[in-house]
Each structure stands twice: as structure tokens, then as C-alpha cells.
Design a protein around this ligand. Structure first.
Ligand code: MLT
Length: 335
């Protein structure tokens, strides 16, 4: 019979007499079949879904069927911040979480909330695949007990709203804009002129639908997956932030595998990483037109104006995030 790790862990936590969260069940026994539950914020056909499914397929192949993956789409295991926290304490196996809600656990991750740091996908990918990405993975692991398996991607983010086409920052004045749960993002949108409200991802669609907020921002594949064209007539190509969506695993669960299995897990994640980034690129290219066909008005604002207007946010936060890190990211030499 196959075991789901999070259920075992959860049982252990609630069972009196268990010495630690995972206790005697800590190690995955040789020959045992394991199902890893993976939380995703989007659906199966999204760029996230494609990455997790590829990870599962490769892991099953490499482990000759012993280790498999069970995806839970559309936040079915909880909102992203809860999922991240759950992995840290070992009650959630694994998940894809966008970096926005992770900054509350680790200042360095707020790098990805700063506006206009990364110029293009090459810049972001090469930075993440360099020693800087590796160092950040280690810091996440050490400080939160969550293992980064691969720097998968959410993508560059674009603003949508139900009020107006956005050409300049002045067009944002008075809009009620949802941010991720990140003080840097709140400051960015307030600096640009909007009224910013942090909100968990799983509440956003209904808040937009009910008019509690009228604006949000996300990568193109996400905007498409969520059918935001039904309720947001304006798509503004602000490209203000590059947002990774790392594939993560509970540190306890990762450590419970043998070294050989850990290698397989990392190998499967590495193969899936490239497939996921490629899917993200293809969806981003294809879906702007698809969203336009679905009725969204697409506007290309003057990016210089936005970069200039948002610059004080970088100055305000660079000490907290790490001046060296911010400069290393901004000035990273792309090959
Ligand atoms: C968000 O806006 O909260 C996220 O980008 C959602 C996601 O991770 O897809």
C-alpha cells in the first residue's frame, strides 16, 4: 500500500507519546512506496501544473515506481503562506509557492518583490541558476526547514484591472489594488499611487468579482488559468517584477529519504525545471493574444516612467534585503 507522508506526519503530531513530529516513522524504508502530496496555487494545465506533473513523471521513472507525486490543484491544501509554513513544520509534503508570501519568513526572498530588478527572462534565470540562487536555497533551508528542489517560475508580472487602461503611474491613483502578502509590494503600489491591500491568493478571484478590489497583478499564464478576462477588462503590460515559484519540499520529508533517493528527487526536479520554464515561456507568448481575443484591452505603458516612480522602494528596502544581494541581482552579468 502507498503511504502519503503528510498524513503520517499529521497522525504523529496528534498522537500522544510521539517523541517528535515524525518520530520513529522518520525514515522512508527501503522498498516502501511513497506518494508525495504537492500543493499548487493553479490548475493542471497551468505552467505550474506542467512542472509538477513532469516532476512526478520523472520521479516515478527514476525510482522505478517507488516514489510518486499526487498534485493538489488550486490551493486545495491551503493558501500559499500556510503551505510554506506547513512544509517547515512537516505537515505538508511539498508545494509550489510563489515567492511573494515567502518574504515574511526570510528577508532575502523579498528581492523578488522589488520592482524592476530583472530585465528579462535570461537575466532572472541565469541569476537563479548561479551561486546566488544556490545560496538563497541554502538560506531558505536553514532558516525555514523547507528544501528548494528547483527554482521553477511564476514569471514576470502584469497588472490587470476593471477600471482603466494604464499608460502612466497616474492612472493607478485611486485604484484598489491587491498585492501578495508582502510589505515591499504594498509599498511599491502605494508609491505608484494605488491603494494597496494584501490578500491571500485563494481570495483574489471572489474579491475582484465582488468589487472589494478592482486590480491585481500576475504572470500571463496565471491570468489565463484564472480566467481573469471574465472580470478584468484591462491588461497592462507593466512587467514590474520577476516572480519565481520554487518547487519546495518539507525539510523533514527530504531528510527522511535515503541519500540515493534524495539524488533522484533532485534529478527529477532538475529535468522538470527546464520543461516548466519552457512551458511558462510558451504560455506567456501565446496567451497575451488569447486574452485579447477573450476581450481584454492590452496596453503597453511607458516602462521608464514606472521604473523611475518605483525606484524609491528599492532604496527603502535594500538594507533589509541585503544591499550586496540587491546590487548583485540588478547588475548581474548575463551571458
Ligand atoms: C499570487 O498572486 O498570489 C501568486 O502569484 C499566485 C500564484 O502563485 O500563482
Amino acid at each position: 500500500m502507498r503511504k502519503s507522508w503528510s498524513l503520517i506526519t499529521l497522525c504523529c503530531i496528534v498522537t500522544a507519546g510521539c517523541t517528535s513530529s515524525t518520530g520513529a516513522m522518520e525514515n522512508v524504508e527501503e522498498g516502501e512506496n511513497i506518494v508525495i502530496d504537492v500543493s499548487l496555487p493553479l490548475g493542471a494545465e497551468s505552467h505550474h501544473g506542467v512542472g509538477v506533473l513532469k516532476f512526478g513523471e520523472e520521479l516515478e521513472r527514476l525510482s522505478e515506481g517507488r516514489i510518486s507525486v499526487r498534485p493538489y490543484y488550486d490551493n486545495a491544501l491551503g493558501a500559499e503562506r500556510e503551505v510554506f509554513e506547513g512544509m517547515g513544520i512537516g505537515i505538508i509534503d511539498a508545494g509550489m509557492v510563489s515567492t511573494g508570501p515567502m518574504g515574511g519568513f526570510l528577508n532575502e526572498v523579498m528581492l523578488f518583490d522589488l520592482p524592476y530588478i530583472f530585465q528579462d527572462y535570461g537575466h532572472a534565470h541565469q541569476f537563479l541558476d548561479s551561486a546566488y540562487g544556490e545560496e538563497m536555497s541554502l538560506a531558505i533551508e536553514e532558516q525555514t526547514n523547507v528544501k528548494v528542489l528547483a527554482w521553477m517560475e511564476n514569471g514576470f508580472r502584469y497588472q490587470t484591472n476593471s477600471v482603466t487602461a494604464v499608460e502612466t503611474p497616474e492612472d493607478l491613483v485611486g485604484t484598489n489594488h491587491r498585492t501578495q502578502e508582502s510589505q515591499v509590494q504594498i509599498d511599491t503600489w502605494e508609491t505608484l499611487g494605488a491603494n494597496a491591500t494584501p490578500m491571500a491568493w485563494n481570495e483574489v478571484y471572489s474579491a475582484l468579482q465582488q468589487g472589494v478590489i478592482d486590480s491585481q497583478e500576475n504572470p500571463i499564464p496565471t491570468i489565463y488559468d484564472m480566467n481573469f478576462s471574465e472580470i478584468q477588462p484591462y491588461l497592462n503590460m507593466t512587467q514590474h517584477v520577476y516572480s519565481p515559484a520554487p518547487l519546495l519540499m518539507s525539510g523533514q520529508l527530504f531528510e527522511a529519504f535515503s541519500e540515493e533517493d534524495q539524488e533522484l528527487i533532485l534529478e527529477a526536479a532538475e529535468i522538470a525545471l527546464h520543461v516548466q520554464r519552457e512551458e511558462s515561456r510558451e504560455q506567456t507568448e501565446a496567451f497575451v493574444e488569447a486574452l485579447e481575443e477573450d476581450g481584454m484591452e492590452v496596453t503597453y505603458p511607458d516602462m521608464e516612467l514606472f521604473t523611475e516612480a518605483a525606484a524609491p522602494v528599492i532604496e527603502e528596502w535594500k538594507e533589509v534585503i541585503g544591499e550586496d544581494l540587491v546590487e548583485a541581482a540588478r547588475d548581474f552579468e548575463v551571458e
